[in-house]
Design a protein around this ligand. Structure first.
Ligand code: VGL
Ligand code: ZN
Length: 197
């Protein structure tokens, strides 16, 4: 069975949002249009407390998009985004949210970020998505959404390592692309056996 995983199609990642990804809104209509081809549709939602440790605002003198060392490894510091209950954390208004079987929220623990839909950035704390997919018998995944080089990349790589068959529709993703992060992400995904379409 095939599942469509729609990563973080939220207002803050669309033009006008706090961490806007260029063209982020262009992918909404085509994503809606493909939902009926899948046995399961799963949405992820970046969902941070206002004091989240990935926010530059929580680190004295730190600039957004700079890097710091966290106990679990290097972490990019972001502008405040996708704060729980805020308009920026809502899905894009045109996304067919009612069509989703499951909405999985991530990044809600203040001390650790979670790019991947499967594990937090410590690479060990699970979100529960693996169990959901396995118990439903879904072994093949197509991923779309925002942003290609962060949450889509980490989700696709983790899924592939867990043994799922994974394709990423790169035409239905958009990237932040800081310091060559898109090229690096594409290399990572290919190396882990993710098919880039
Ligand atoms: C994302 C940065 C911070 C993403 C989420 O959805 O790719 N990127 N939080
Ligand atoms: Zn985030």
């Amino acid at each position: 069975m095939r599942g469509l995983i729609v990563i973080d199609v939220q207002n803050d990642f669309c033009p006008g949002g706090a961490l806007a990804v260029a063209g982020g809104d262009e992918i909404v209509a085509p994503i809606n249009g493909m939902m009926d081809e899948f046995e399961a549709v799963i949405l992820t939602q970046d969902w941070h407390p206002a004091t989240h440790s990935s926010f530059a605002s929580q680190h004295e003198g730190a600039a957004p998009f700079s890097l710091i060392d966290m106990p679990y490894g290097p972490q990019v510091l972001w502008p405040d985004h996708c704060i729980q209950g805020s308009p920026g954390a809502e899905f894009h208004k045109d996304l067919l949210v009612d069509r989703a079987d499951l909405i999985i929220r991530k990044g809600f623990r203040p001390e650790v970020d979670s790019y991947s839909a499967f594990f937090e950035n410590d690479h060990t704390t699970p979100t529960g998505l693996e169990g959901y997919l396995r118990t439903r018998g879904i072994s093949s995944l197509v991923m779309v959404g925002l942003a290609t080089d962060f949450c889509v990349n980490f989700s696709a790589v983790d899924a592939s390592k867990l043994g799922f068959e994974v394709s990423v529709r790169t035409d239905l993703c958009r990237a932040i692309d800081m310091d060559g992060s898109l090229a690096e992400a594409e290399g990572n995904m290919r190396q882990t056996g993710v098919r880039l379409l």
